[in-house]
Design a protein around this ligand. Sequence first.
Ligand SMILES: *Cc1c(COP(=O)(O)O)cnc(C)c1O
Length: 348
Amino acid sequence: MLHQRSAHLEAGDPVPDPLVMSSVFALPDQPEPGRVYGRTASPTLEALEARLATLEAAPCLSFPSGMGAYAGLLMATLKHGDSVLLLSDGYFAARSLLGDILAPFGVTVETCPAQHIETAVLDTHDMVIIETPSNPGLYVIDIARMSERCRDADALLVVDNTVCTPLLQNPLDLGADAVVVSDTKAMGGHSDVLMGHVASRDPALMERVHNVRSLMGLNPGPQEAWMLIRGLETLEIRLARMCANARALLPVFEASPNVSDPRYPAPHPQAADQGFLIGATFADAPTADRFLSLAGFAPTTSFGGLHSSGDRRARWGDDVAPGFLRLSCGVEPIDLLVENVKTALSSL
Ligand SMILES: *Cc1c(COP(=O)(O)O)cnc(C)c1O
């Protein structure tokens, strides 16, 4: 991915991708597919999508946020009368998008807990949407098994791969029909840009997604695309440190009498690493908040940034204990982070 551009440089070319701010492109003749107007194509977005396609080993289409990617994919694939099954304990906005926006258009929406989705009845559904590890419960779902079951049930399998990123897990290789990723999280990684993408190896599906994006105006701007390219170039080294920090912190939480039910995704051959998210339950909401402040974790929703952060999910209505924190490990020096967390836990 890093050498995608540098392999084709000519003397005097800038080494990084240039940021091209333009909504119009010279069009002296009859329009051909491609760069005619910013809503159908633009150079910096094309550069980004080429990078993403390398990571996914599949064509990719970018959107101005993860929810934009969901919207583009769902509008391109669902129709009146279709039925969708998704996690009851997955990312809440995906459930709201289907229930509040698409259900009134005649889409039936059903939910199932992550722990039971592998054995759920799928025959009546046209689409199944899973996240693995699920967010915030961090249950691991077997994607290959779900792909097989969805194929038998004639349902499209969509995997939200935001938590792992394509670097740690490739759902398309495991048989999923399409992938959605919020690039706002670890992909961008610097907590300064909202972006998302859809990936699929089904050309007809991607053509419909592209059509929806152009007609609904769901295009990211060049500046955002450029910022995401910049983030992607360090994805591998950021993830390595973030995952190492999570592995170092997990035993600290497990050993603390102030934490119950510490959670970390179970190891699974489908993913190259268990990731950088840890779930930890504290006595109550004030104790959880005090921990964040003492440990120097940023009290933010969202995850996957450079700074270790934590979100008390009950404040968003997730079905978790009031003192449950979803912690996102950042890229701080390992020893310093472990020391900070140990001190914070023992002073609660
Ligand atoms: C954040 C998130 C989304 C939505 O992405 P935005 O970029 O915030 O629109 C979707 N799925 C998961 C798992 C997420 O964490």
